[in-house]
Design a protein around this ligand. Sequence first.
Ligand SMILES: [Zn+2]
Ligand SMILES: [Zn+2]
Length: 338
Amino acid sequence: MYHRRLPVYLLLDCSESLAGEPIEAVAQGVVALLADLRGEPMALETVYLGVITFATRAELAAPLTELLEFQPPKLRMGSGTALGAALRMLVQCLDRDVVQSSATQKGDWKPVVLVLTDGEPTDDWEAAADAVRTQVCGKRANVIAVACGPDAAADTLGRITQTVLRAADLQPGTLRALFKWVSASVAVASQRLEAAGAAGLGLPPLPSGAVEVATHGQSRRPDPDRVVFLHAKCVKTRQFYLIRYEKRGRGYEAVAAHPADDFDLGGGGGGGPTVAVDKLGPPPACPCCGNDAVSFCGCGRLFCSPPLTRPVRLTCPWCGKGADYAPGGGFDVGRGRG
Ligand SMILES: [Zn+2]
Ligand SMILES: [Zn+2]
């Protein structure tokens, strides 16, 4: 007899806006989810877990795997929020992974899908969202979408599924509570498999204060220019880092610099949004070497440098070209896609 599985897919936004504590909290959330589910006998027996990440592009970070074999994937950050690509990949996974019932044998239980995002999609997502809402939701999977933090548009997620939640912020405590709730939801689903197939998921109570049901039309349009990310490298160590600027009045103030080991830079710049340098306040110190200025290479890239009071010879850690850098500025610099 076929051992019926409960496939669970996590679609996790790994865009640069999560840099720092939030992406760590999401990674820890997956680890905690795994530990919780391994402690539930029914879940341990039935749940298979898969992870799709999306930022610059969608990636199958972990194929559908039984809980005891599952390895939490490394979450690779990138620019942008390729939600459409992630939804298309989800449909491919459902087509490929899920065993359908036949005349002679019962197939897998109806999968549970969690979509977690903190921003607006940056790719072609509408057709993919419509396909998931009309052909997947309720029929082939139970889909829960969570808009996290102030820049996520719950209305966008409403195009994917009726079940849209809003997490108040991206604080580690909030994300912990959210993942705790997700593991409880999956555990409940694994105990009520027959019911979940017919009437949808019976969801456990939401963690109060942290996560709530998003009501349609309630969410204001997030400001796409509230936060600006610049990509830089350390001139000494060549380590990649993200500089986070937030809008203050008419300009932007640097609020953080996050080193990132494995950042998906995509097919190589150009055509992205830009921001005028004179709108940006002083850069933050380089998180790798402490240099507290930045310079722009002719290749269009940004790197940390000592303050320039006179021309200095520097080698760009992006393209390897050496040049004399003088004080000054006043051009546009490419920014990340959030
Ligand atoms: Zn540096
Ligand atoms: Zn260069």
